[in-house]
Ligand binder design. Sequence first.
Ligand code: KG4
Ligand code: ZN
Length: 335
Amino acid sequence: MTVVLGIETSCDETAAAVVDDAWRTHSSIVESSIDQHRDFGGVVPELAGRAHVATIGPVVRRALEAAGRSVRDPGVDAVAVTSGPGLIGSLLVGLAAAKAYALCWDVPLVAVNHLEGHLFAPLLERPDLAWPVMTLLVSGGHTLLVYQRAPGHHEVIGETIDDAAGEAYDKVARWLGLGYPGGPPIDRLAGEGDPTALALPTSMTGDDLDFSFSGLKSAVVRAGEKRPDLAPADVAAAFQGAAVEQLTRKLRRALDRYEVRGVALAGGVAANSALRAGTTRLAEQLGLEVNLPSLAMCTDNAAMVAAAGLARYQRGQSSALDVGADPNWALASVA
Ligand code: KG4
Ligand code: ZN
């Protein structure tokens, strides 16, 4: 059995996990510094980096112990770590820690792209997944349509030309005074509102597979300023309706063009109730398997990083101990 320790510190979550080659998660520990950032309306990079330094050692220890192992006797074949994209001061903490463990235990280090990690999350909960799979990866920093022939093989076929879907949720929530992160409160409030109370433009009607959320966000703010009487729940419902309409329309178009057996969601916005319902409906209509990761697997964790690293390790890939962090590492450039 091959066993990998994964480490993830690209944003505000300090996470460590132990995963094996049957895609079983032996342990997955996630500590977030989100409470330190709320008052600032977004993650403050310096605070996040400092929190990682304080938390990484204890989190790795807990992940090993929860998997019946120890720092002295880890029994792992490799250490996988997110080396980008993300906040540079956060990435460096996880990368330095991972190098120290790999060096101490004399096992290979595998640098992993955070987005490739997200693509492995559905697999960890559904190892019997039928391939190929079309994955809509929607997070705070990214909106990507990815065609996956098999685990570890991905082709980016569409992406946002401006803001990410999660970023739009966060900005609209901030404007409505709902706090950070904005996805969960908008999702809740939208359930109580009338989406037809506010007419919003349909975005990205062209024939491509790309997304745009910046115009939608501005349209919401403009309409809200013109009509201050609008109930926040109605604004949330209209925004969510338009955002999910665009996401599912592009997903449908991708499914028309590529032959797949399954559809998956990944990334923080995959927790969205309307997106989950819309994707399930679409998959049912097309007779495809749908794979919606649990909420804990949608958001950042180290099990997905361990899984992506494990797949690379199995293909004989590892990273040199002088590998650096790349805050802008694009998924499309991952070999
Ligand atoms: O993947 P993630 O945990 O972090 C990265 O960006 O890598 O995603 C966080 C994003 C935030 O923008 C947050 O507002 C959004 O996911 N989010 C949601 C929901 N839950 C989290 N967006 C819409 N609806 C939700 N229920
Ligand atoms: Zn993420």
